[in-house]
Design a protein around this ligand. Sequence first.
Ligand code: CP3
Length: 355
Amino acid sequence: MVVTADDHSPAQNPAADSAFLRACRREPVPHTPVWFMRQAGRSLPEYRRVREGIGMLDSCMRPDLVTEITLQPVRRHRVDAAIYFSDIVVPLKAIGVDLDIKPGVGPVVGRPFRTREDLERLRPLEPDDVAYVTEAVGMLTGELGATPLIGFAGAPFTLASYLVEGGPSRNHEHTKAMMYGAPELWADLLDRLADITAAFLKVQVEAGASAVQLFDSWAGALAPEDYRRSVLPASAKVFGAVAGYGVPRIHFGVGTGELLGAMGEAGADVVGADWRVPLDEAARRIGPGRAVQGNLDPAVLFAPREAVEAQALRVLEAARGLPGHVFNLGHGVLPDTDPDALTRLVEFVHERTVR
Ligand SMILES: Cc1c2[nH]c(c1CCC(=O)O)Cc1[nH]c(c(CCC(=O)O)c1C)Cc1[nH]c(c(CCC(=O)O)c1C)Cc1[nH]c(c(C)c1CCC(=O)O)C2
């Protein structure tokens, strides 16, 4: 089945009029919508319980588990959107790349990608490769009703960094060596990753996801000129591939203060900012015509309640008057966060912003 823009209209999608989707479209909202990156995960005891003895990637391939884990933070925190439980390396695993997610480390690739021959290991992603995603999204949208589901994928640069380095990297030196030293190979690598990413997002939207977020977590490691020349075209290809569905497209990275304008230009409707740039300044850099998402420092949640509220108010003050603000953290929930602090934060933002 092909999903058209019409399928995301209020008549077809019960979440169409939600505060989250309204904010993404820069329409008036009943209250500022809130969700948290990594809201499903180790901060929740119920997550740790259902994951016991099951590997991260195995859990991503089980629709029953994906559905339960995705719903957990919605039930507990009453956030305004669910984010599909998966990982940025799932589509790569699905096409046969030899990789795993090591607890406490992150994605680790068996043989790092360094040469043109390595590109042969990146074949196109077919919907059948991720049939469990289609099934899980279908189950989820049935359960979620008027709460929107956000689909997501890793952006070509961040995926390339894991593939080329072979795992998490502070300096991205092998990645940058390829980007500067073998620009044609680099462009071909990012182009293949763009097609895989686009195909993975399409599967989620066609199954019923109401929005998508492209995580370019490590793009902040790049100078603006390099980002524009060597990365933006591939991310723009991904956004272009899902433009026709009419679902909001969110673009996020860490430490991207100098890239916010370019990240919007890549084709996003909403740009996420981390806590290093005040939200009003972020909105100015992103420019008119796009909503902003962010940007409370996730470490603030370890402070006493009054301090959390004071910092949340700072974010809300900076967002005052902006058409289109989605409240979020500036990066993912840290694993040791007290889940009650997150629940209280959702309540606080809702109370302080009722229109
Ligand atoms: C860079 C990146 C990855 N994965 C992701 C990114 C982009 C976002 C970001 O910048 O944080 C994206 C991601 N990964 C996960 C989600 C779930 C949805 C949600 O936000 O609730 C999302 C959106 C689940 C996960 N992905 C991972 C976990 C932890 C594994 C576990 O619970 O056993 C979860 C819940 C594993 C993972 N996967 C990755 C890392 C760095 C880790 C952490 C490794 C560790 O510290 O153990 C790669």
